[in-house]
Design a protein around this ligand. Structure first.
Ligand code: FRU
Length: 491
């Protein structure tokens, strides 16, 4: 029997969300049914469909007491909304059902594990964070009456129940459950805690998986831990990052690659990289699909750049198009899920076009596109900068500019309809392979996802540009060869 809080949320989202016309939504990115969305939660395959839950405040376009919104998909591209799955309606989660994950339980039920928020003082904001579980059939979920399943007594010495969140469950090789959780020392230095369980309900502390030691920001939100292509991979979203050559300041994202010692439950990282170099990418979460792919979802936003006062849309927040992950030469690679290719509706190809100055190309325009671009100099050093402008008209454009001298790719959305004076550019180092730079650009109504060199790097950002800006143009300050394959993406 669902609570009044959940029933009200479901009624509200059905009436208000049900009437949002498709033109007011992204074409191939998941947005909340109504109101606000942050982190993907419970990303899983269950009952023959993909499930993506999300941090959800249906009643406004701002963050508030968290519910879990719910959407299902056959192909990770088009999503159907289901009624909200969780609402803040029990003692341990009365102020919010925060982020968590999902698996199929041994008895065939869908198990959700999430952080319950219980505010102690509205004045100081002091709150405790405890882990809870719920079981369901893919639509209706019942919270376990013994919640919370992890609280202060399960924390190692020196850790605080005020910073203990975002459980990510997985199956161990022997079929039991494992779970990683975010916490920190008194100095707010991130630690990832590892728990194990036989049934998903009774959890035991197994060890401290990873320590930040001041390297990447302070607290690491939304940890995820898995094995991929023979390597152990830890993904997380560090808060309060300091800017360095590779990392941007503020809320960031981090991939650590290394090895895992089962005996001590210790992860040893050997390599670090940002998962995404764009302005908006946070709180990633992966799942293993039944066809053996490690697939990642993420919030296509960032706490530092949340600006919801100007858009007239009835929702705020989007998810990335899920990505397939792999590890090659000890590094993380990512590609948009292959299912997106089904939605290509036309094909325009231009091979080895010389760009010198500015030009547009026949058949290359539009606001929802899949562009595969290869750029190379006509002869050694025949150009320094090459720029692609997207979502362009007389007033607006969004730019991806490659500078061969600095080896930097710069994303710039300063002229993308924003009225907020925050950072709108991001630059990062890229490499040419065999004298070429390859870009795959997925353009949707309000976002750009760019993949460099077959997934060696990714950069994701949102746009606020008026939809009438549909132009795509190319600019070089010397002779550049451009090859392009462009498809429209239509659902
Ligand atoms: C990350 C996060 C999580 C938390 C959730 C609350 O974006 O802060 O750590 O569980 O959002 O909405």
């Amino acid at each position: 029997m669902s609570s009044i809080t959940l029933r009200e949320a479901r009624k509200y989202e059905e009436i208000r969300g049900g009437s949002v016309p498709a033109e007011l939504r992204p074409v191939f990115h998941l947005s909340p049914r109504i109101g606000w969305m942050n982190d993907p939660n419970g990303f899983s395959e269950y009952g023959g469909r993909f499930h993506q839950f999300y941090q959800y405040h249906p009643y406004s376009r701002k963050w508030g007491p968290m519910h879990w919104g719910h959407a299902v998909s056959e192909d990770l591209v088009t999503w159907e909304y289901l009624p909200a799955a969780l609402a803040p309606d029990t003692s341990p989660d009365r102020d919010g059902c925060w982020s968590g994950s999902a698996l199929t339980a041994d008895d065939g039920r869908h198990i959700l594990m999430y952080t319950g928020l219980h505010v102690l003082s509205k004045d100081t904001g002091a709150a405790v964070q405890k882990q809870c579980v719920a079981f369901g059939d893919g639509t209706e979920y019942t919270k376990y009456e013994g919640n919370p399943v992890l609280d202060e007594k399960d924390l190692p010495e020196g850790f605080s129940i005020r910073d203990f969140r975002d459980p990510k469950m997985f199956r161990e090789k022997d079929g039991t459950y494992g779970c990683v959780l975010a916490s920190c020392t008194k100095e707010r230095d991130a630690r990832i805690l590892y728990y194990t369980s036989e049934d998903g309900i009774t959890w035991k502390f197994a060890g401290i998986l990873a320590e930040n030691n001041g390297r990447f920001g302070t607290f690491w939100e939304c940890p995820d831990f898995f094995e991929l292509d023979g390597k152990a991979v830890l993904l997380c979203s560090p808060m309060h990052m300091l800017k360095t050559d590779r990392y941007s300041s503020g809320n960031g994202n981090l991939c650590l690659i290394g090895s895992f010692d089962r005996e001590t439950c210790r992860f040893k990282d050997e390599y670090d990289q940002p998962v995404d170099f764009g302005l908006e990418f946070y709180a990633s979460q992966t799942m293993m699909s039944s066809d053996g792919r490690r697939i990642m979802a993420a919030w296509m936003q960032n706490w530092d750049t949340v600006i919801n006062d100007f858009t007239k849309l009835p929702w705020y927040g989007q998810m990335i198009l899920p990505r397939e992950l792999s590890v090659k030469n000890g590094k993380l690679y990512q590609q948009p899920v292959r299912e997106i290719e089904k939605y290509r509706t036309d094909r325009t190809v231009h091979e080895n076009v010389v760009i010198n100055g500015s030009r547009t190309l026949e058949g290359v325009s539009g606001r929802t596109a899949d562009l595969q671009v290869t750029i190379r100099p006509a002869e050694e050093n025949s150009f320094r900068t090459f720029e692609i402008r997207l979502a362009e008209n007389e007033e607006f454009f969004t730019s991806l500019k490659y500078d061969r001298e600095t080896s930097e790719l710069t994303f710039d959305r300063s002229f993308s309809g924003t009225r907020k004076g925050i950072q709108h550019t991001r630059s990062f180092k890229v490499r040419e392979h065999d004298g070429e730079l390859k870009l795959r650009i997925l353009l949707d109504r309000w976002s750009v996802e760019c993949f460099v060199n077959d997934g060696e790097q990714a950069a994701t950002s949102v746009l606020y540009t008026d939809l009438s800006a549909e132009g795509i143009s190319f600019h070089a300050d010397g002779n550049a060869y451009l090859s392009i394959e462009k498809h429209t993406l239509s659902i």
